[in-house]
Design a binder for this molecule. Structure first.
Ligand SMILES: [Zn+2]
Length: 334
């Protein structure tokens, strides 16, 4: 192969305003043969922090050092980014792009899913899908899918996930949820791809924190590529990881002003059942409407800053440490 970086827009459809909807694909071809890694970002239009991560990643990749190739999509759902909403802004019954793979209908979302499937998922053997960068809340975890069809897929996904350098490793089923029609669920179950999901970062925090999360993910992607032989050098291997297989959402059930008592420095911190994470206050009467507490002994993997919330908005998430196989320990093989 001739080492090269190229960029193309793959036509998807034409919208009512006459403009073309296209899928942006950066391709980095290495000097040596090897597998194809796909990197997906911003399938949800409100999760735009990963665009900068992909930009730096593509910029830093040296084709001459690369074995195989990378297909990087900085914006999986351009119409949703245009509105900065999670879902595709139309009247379709396929609003969430990450629930409709491989795209059965002619809605914009389905056509995006079909294009991503044909041009990115079918040609790849490995997949990193990023879901991060919500406003005012930050996840800090990497998903190790456990319900992939073959044991070898599961093993390799674990190698990639633990090479990322993030201490929190979420052992979870992905075909069950987000489902067989998510990008990772479809690619893993139907195409034999080895996928991981990266959830590191959030927006609306101190610039130096956000910068740290961006660099962590860029370096994590490089390290995961070393772990599967696409780049030379040793991958990151931490002395210990926070392994867990159950994540509990601790999000508000009422709207109000969330007063965060646990912020980013509380990530991965162990707490007992009942520990207070935040309070929802009425912005009108100032009365306390709800107290958000850890439902069991666990460690925070999603935390928020203070901000106005509606029912169900992202605030806190707890790794359940009462589960038999949960807790801090060395890297795992399976
Ligand atoms: Zn997402």
């Amino acid at each position: 192969m001739t080492p090269a970086k190229t960029f193309r827009r793959v036509p998807v459809t034409v919208d009512l305003h006459g403009g073309e909807i296209a899928l942006p694909v950066h391709e980095i071809r290495g000097a040596r043969d090897g597998p194809t890694l796909a990197v997906l970002s911003t399938l949800h239009g409100c999760e735009w922090m990963s665009i900068e991560m992909v930009r730096r990643f593509v910029g830093r990749l040296d084709p001459k050092a690369l074995a195989g190739r990378v297909l990087a999509v900085p914006v999986g759902n351009p119409p949703a980014l245009n509105h900065m909403t999670r879902n595709t802004p139309d009247e379709s019954d396929s609003p969430d792009l990450n629930r409709i793979f491989p795209g059965h209908y002619t809605w914009i979302g389905d056509q995006l899913a079909k294009t991503i499937t044909e041009h990115v998922l079918q040609p790849c053997q490995y997949l990193i899908d990023m879901h991060l960068g919500l406003a005012w809340a930050v996840f800090h975890t990497v998903v190790w899918p456990k319900d992939l069809p073959t044991a070898d897929q599961v093993r390799q996904a674990g190698v990639m996930a633990q090479a990322f350098g993030c201490p929190a490793i979420y052992h979870r089923d992905i075909v069950g949820f987000p489902g067989p029609r998510s990008s990772v669920g479809y690619a893993g179950a139907k195409l034999g791809v080895v996928p991981i999901v990266v959830e590191i970062g959030g927006v609306g925090f101190a610039p130096e924190l956000e910068e740290r999360w961006i660099e962590e993910v860029v370096e994590g992607m490089m390290s995961a590529m070393r772990a599967i032989g696409m780049l030379p050098g040793d991958p990151i291997r931490l002395d210990r990881y926070l392994h867990y297989d159950r994540h509990i959402r601790v999000n508000p059930s009422v709207g109000g002003y969330l007063q965060a008592e646990v912020g980013p420095d509380g990530l991965h911190r162990e707490v007992d059942a009942g520990a207070v994470a935040g309070r929802v206050i009425s912005p009108y009467s100032f009365e306390e409407l709800e107290v958000l507490r850890a439902p069991c002994r666990g460690a925070w993997t999603l935390v928020a800053r203070s901000y106005p919330v509606r029912p169900g908005y992202w605030a806190y998430g707890l790794a359940d440490l009462t589960r038999p196989n949960a807790g801090w320990g060395p890297a795992r093989e399976a």
